[in-house]
Design a protein around this ligand. Structure first.
Ligand code: NDP
Length: 248
């Protein structure tokens, strides 16, 4: 197992759910954190809590990952002390609605494709060259079981997560010979704000999703991410699927 002490870890989507849980587990292991998301107050609250509990060094970035220029500027303008990113956690993502494809909303599609695929690509494109020049690094992409199996109404979201799966595999191939590791962590149902976002804040519909299933917690996923990034340097965990026991 390798130590995360003083490693610089960038987490997108750190303001909620799995991203927040990853921030906590990494802070507990002594890492330095760059936390990115759009909701600034959430990031500040998280940073205050982690600094108080663990004394963590934190750099915050208010960032919409869909905005390529903003991603480029955020990465290229990092203060020198924060510019050598050791680990990138591409976690920002969302699903919108469960509409049938032939009845789907174009704006929902664009939001999913622009966030889950293009946002992940932009971060990767601007962060990985630094890893290559330093000869070390690790990229962890949050995929989903939805990238392996479609479900009714999942159409475009499943497509974005299938893309994440193949993009992760492609990046691994492209980085062969560099020592940089590439992993996809693909959970089943996790209880976060994800369902609220999916149904545009319709709490009743959001809560129904979890009926009959004990979902994963964000901490369950963060544990797996932590496991992947702390293996010996010669070990690459390519892909992990983790599911609630009672989810098909
Ligand atoms: P949450 O809704 O709790 O968190 C999503 C995070 O993504 C938030 O921090 C949000 O921050 C951020 N985000 C969304 N859009 C953008 C954007 N355009 N720019 C920057 N940040 C953005 O959901 P989860 O924690 O559950 O989701 C995290 C990842 O896990 C996603 O990629 C999701 O697809 C995946 N996943 C989730 C599962 C689940 O059942 N929950 C199952 C499998 C995979 P903000 O709004 O502040 O910008």
């Amino acid at each position: 197992m390798i130590s995360l002490q003083n490693q610089i870890i960038l987490i997108t989507g750190a303001s909620s759910g799995i991203g927040t849980a990853c921030a906590k587990v990494f802070a507990g292991a002594g890492a330095k954190l760059i936390l990115a998301a759009r909701r600034w107050e959430r990031l500040q609250q998280l940073a205050d809590a982690l600094t108080k509990e663990f004394g963590t060094d934190i750099h915050l970035i208010q960032l919409d990952v869909r905005d390529r220029n903003a991603v480029e500027s955020a990465i290229s303008n990092l203060p020198a002390a924060w510019s050598n990113i050791d680990i990138l956690i591409n976690n920002a993502g969302l699903s919108r609605s469960l509409d049938k494809l032939h009845e789907g909303d174009f704006q929902d599609w664009e939001e999913m494709i622009d966030t889950n695929i293009k946002g992940l690509l932009y971060l990767t494109r601007y962060v990985v060259p630094g890893m290559v020049s330093r000869g070390r690094g690790h990229v962890v992409n949050l995929g989903s079981i939805a990238g392996h199996q479609a479900y009714p109404g999942g159409n475009v979201y499943c497509g974005t997560k299938a893309a994440v799966k193949l993009i992760t595999e492609g990046l691994k191939q492209d980085l062969l010979g560099t020592s940089i590791r590439v992993t996809s962590v693909d959970p089943g149902m996790v209880e976060t704000e994800f369902s609220q976002v999916r149904f545009h804040g319709d709490t009743e519909r959001a809560d129904k999703v979890y009926q009959g299933v004990t979902p994963l917690t964000p901490d369950d996923v963060a544990d797996v991410v932590f496991f992947c990034v702390t293996r010996s340097p010669h070990v690459n965990i390519n892909e992990v699927i983790l599911m609630p026991v009672d989810q098909a």
